[in-house]
Design a protein around this ligand. Structure first.
Ligand code: SF4
Length: 752
């Protein structure tokens, strides 16, 4: 029997069906439907992958396939992916019977090697380490690091576990590396952060889309279908220092590609906004009715005239003006005013403009531009941010963030504390206060006053965190490190205790996609003997630590509790439950009890008390990489089509690993020539934080002052050895996009 579920990887959460390979699955509703209407990157989708049956031990019959059973993947028709999957999705079931799967708790011995132990011993050791660290160093000596890949149930339970079982304030998660700047900007401007405040299908009718810092053609190829309308109208405008696969879609009359100097996106956005104001393109009626703060913003934009912006960003002034007119033309056409163009206008941001020390302000500059054009909360456009991790949206709503309680509530809000404490059956004063953002916590590991015992769930910080060498040093300073994972990730390899947990197709739960739509993840296969759910692990540890409340092991029970805890909060799930989600009903939050959810936000008012959005004057930060020297290159990091995040999973999929086996440095031919580098040479990329080696890929698709590295690889290929731990003061987002590096030849191609 086939199981309807969603992809384990990114926030598009493409719908798929899994079935035992022997039963087969119809392959026709996947690739064919997805290929409709757009060539190019969508062609990266391929035939369904059939995984050969493995030799895992048989489990008790539950109606699910046994562990080791091969599963066939097929795309499933759904409004977001329309049956399409990318290579990662097609090959996702390959990991379900991986021989590298962890199936027993592993304890590190004095000689550094791991040995399997039983669950009781493992959990007793973990509980003992918690008690010991807190007895010696205080409650906050224990920390928790979560993930935007966890289901809503696990993310919620992790927040509750940290505060009530571990009694610590020190919890944060890797979403801090992804969504924190856009989330902070959305909360500040709109009073609410939902990545896309409208259904993804709304983009289909757009005539103009400004896409900043997101390479969706590689990171989530089925998304590209939704750019077709704008592309056909010549209105796809991509901002990226690289001519990425997405930027290439804007070529040949399909739109514009703006390639600013890395780190100058905010200035570019202010330059476009300047033109909008100076040339009478703003929606003055909307600004008067629906926003506050216009005068201060107007004054702040005065000095960013196009010629000056050209000097800072390198984007020609004419292109800045052209962009402003295209954006305004689309907005006015769609709102019924007589200008040329088709469809509405949307502005979308991604990590390229957000992962900076001024990322929250850069996202704010994008929102300011959208508000000046009258887009958010209108029927003819909008602003959105493209969430990256699978549950990057739900993961930032239910309490695994340092300053947060479930329902996107603030932990400092007395009313929120009272409500959540009542749901949890404790007193408000039993809840710790806010903790510290992820990078600050990681930099505190093993130091005086810092975390001494750390639990990591669903995150590979040894590869994905900035200044990875320092993070690894911190992991090694810890008194005790517990890592819950299903593979021996690079972080797990540093652990004292590794706990084997379930993979996506072995568990029930919910995910919230990039639209704020809650989806069901369903089990298609029994887990291997020896692996346990994280809900069970938290429950067992909580019991050992004499937590003052219960921790259910049943995902549906946890979801129902989450829904109650979220009631009345910004991300209200109280009207949702598994039966409703299983019925296939659309489930966009806020979804208060008795409602039918909220497809489009802000149509009548924004979430601030006065109903108005905030226009907020911002200014660019001074370049922060203290290591920068004239003549050095700017390193931009990002993702490849074939890999996901730190690569813990995708590097173990043979076909993905074969396609992208290791670190490749994108470098412009002029720069390469100056440095004596030819395509295929092994090169060293370094700065004061570290050194990595990779193979040179000489390409015209990048600026001469910039190089690009993917961050999916570990050790001597880990791009995050080079990125700084500097963070945005508003959001805590690390600076991933403007490290300063030198590049030199290590070995010529012919000598390899
Ligand atoms: S775009 Fe690819 S990785 Fe993302 S959800 Fe779809 S199939 Fe999975």
């Amino acid at each position: 029997m086939a199981t309807a579920t969603h992809c384990p990887y990114c926030a598009l959460q493409c719908a798929m069906r899994l079935a035992p390979a022997a039963e087969g699955v119809s392959m026709n509703d996947g690739g064919a439907a997805a290929s409709k209407g757009m060539s190019g990157p969508v062609a990266a989708q391929g035939p369904a992958l059939t995984v050969a049956a493995g030799a895992g031990p048989a489990e008790a019959a539950t109606g699910l396939a046994a562990p080791g059973t091969g599963l066939a993947v097929a795309g499933r028709d759904f409004p977001t992916n329309r049956g399409g999957l990318c290579r990662k999705g097609w090959s996702s079931s390959a990991l379900l019977n991986s021989p590298e799967r962890l199936t027993a708790p592993l304890l590190r011995g004095d000689d550094g090697s791991f040995r399997p132990i039983g669950w009781d011993e493992a959990l007793d050791l973990a509980a003992g380490a918690v008690r010991s660290a807190q007895a010696m160093h205080g409650q906050d000596a224990v920390g928790v690091f979560g993930s935007g890949g966890l289901t809503n149930e696990k993310a919620y339970q992790l927040g509750k576990f940290a505060r009530l079982a571990l009694r610590t304030s020190r919890i944060d998660y890797n979403g801090r590396f992804c969504m924190s700047s856009a989330a902070a900007a959305g909360n500040r401007a709109f009073g609410l952060d939902r990545g896309l405040p409208f259904p993804l299908q709304d983009l289909d009718d757009a005539g103009t889309i400004l896409l900043l810092g997101s390479n969706v053609a590689d990171t989530m190829p089925p998304f590209v279908q939704h750019l077709k309308g704008a592309r056909d109208a010549g209105g796809l405008i991509v901002v990226d220092p690289r001519r990425s696969a997405t930027a290439a879609l804007a070529g040949a009359g399909a739109g514009l590609h703006l390639a600013p100097t890395p780190g100058t996106d905010m200035v570019l956005l202010m330059g476009i906004a300047h033109v909008v104001l100076q040339e009478g393109l703003a929606d003055t009626d909307y600004i008067a009715r629906r926003t506050a703060g216009f005068e201060e913003l107007r004054r702040s934009l005065n000095r960013w005239w196009p010629a000056r912006v050209q000097e800072v960003t390198g984007v020609p002034a004419a292109l800045i003006r052209e962009t402003a007119h295209r954006l305004a033309g689309g907005a006015r056409r769609a709102s019924g005013q007589p200008v040329n163009g088709t469809g509405g206008t949307y502005i979308l941001t991604g990590r390229g403009v957000e992962q900076h020390v001024d990322g929250a302000d850069t996202a704010t500059a994008a929102i300011n531009l959208a508000l000046l054009l009258g887009l958010p909360g209108s029927a003819h456009g909008g602003y959105g941010t493209l969430t990256g991790q699978g549950n990057g949206q739900g993961g930032r709503e239910h309490g695994q963030k340092a300053d947060q309680l479930p329902g996107y509530r603030k932990i400092t809000d007395p009313a929120a504390r009272e409500h959540v404490a009542a749901v949890w059956g404790v007193r408000p004063e039993d809840l710790p206060g806010p903790g510290v953002p992820a990078v600050e916590m990681l930099m505190s590991l093993g130091r005086p006053g810092g975390v001494r015992c750390l639990f990591v769930h669903g995150s590979n910080v040894a590869v994905s965190a900035p200044d990875a060498n320092e993070v690894i040093a911190g992991l090694r300073r810890l008194d005790f490190l517990v890592v819950a994972d299903f593979f021996m990730s690079e972080t797990a390899a540093e652990a004292d205790l590794v706990l084997p947990v379930l993979q996506w197709a072995e568990e029930e739960g919910t995910m919230t996609n990039l639209e704020g739509r809650v989806l069901r993840r369903r089990a298609a296969i029994d887990p291997p003997a020896g692996a346990r759910s994280e809900l069970w692990i938290m429950s067992e540890l909580a019991r050992r630590l004499e937590a003052p409340t219960n921790f259910s092991t049943d995902p549906e029970t946890v979801f129902d509790e989450l829904a109650r805890a979220s009631a009345g909060g910004p991300a209200d799930y109280s009207g949702l439950g598994y039966p409703l989600l299983d019925s296939g009903a659309e489930a966009y939050w806020p979804y208060p009890a008795g409602s039918t959810g909220t497809r489009r936000l802000f149509m009548d008012s924004f979430a601030h008390a006065d109903g108005r959005a905030r226009l907020i004057a911002v200014a660019p930060a001074v370049p922060t990489d203290e290591l920068h020297r004239p003549g050095e290159l700017t390193l931009v990091t990002g993702r490849l089509l074939e890999h996901y995040q730190s690569g813990t999973q995708t590097r173990r999929v043979a076909e993905l690993s074969a396609a992208q086996p290791g670190l490749a440095l994108q470098i412009h031919p002029v720069t390469a020539h100056r440095l004596g580098i030819e395509a295929g040479d092994r090169v060293t990329i370094g700065n004061g934080r570290g050194t990595v080696t990779g193979v040179a890929e000489v390409t015209q698709d990048i600026r001469p002052d910039t190089v690009f590295l993917p961050f999916h690889f570990p050790g001597g290929q880990s791009a995050n050895r080079l990125t700084p731990a500097a963070t945005d003061p508003v959001s805590g987002m690390p600076e991933f996009k403007t490290s300063s590096v030198t590049v030199s030849v290590l070995e010529k191609a012919g000598a390899l």
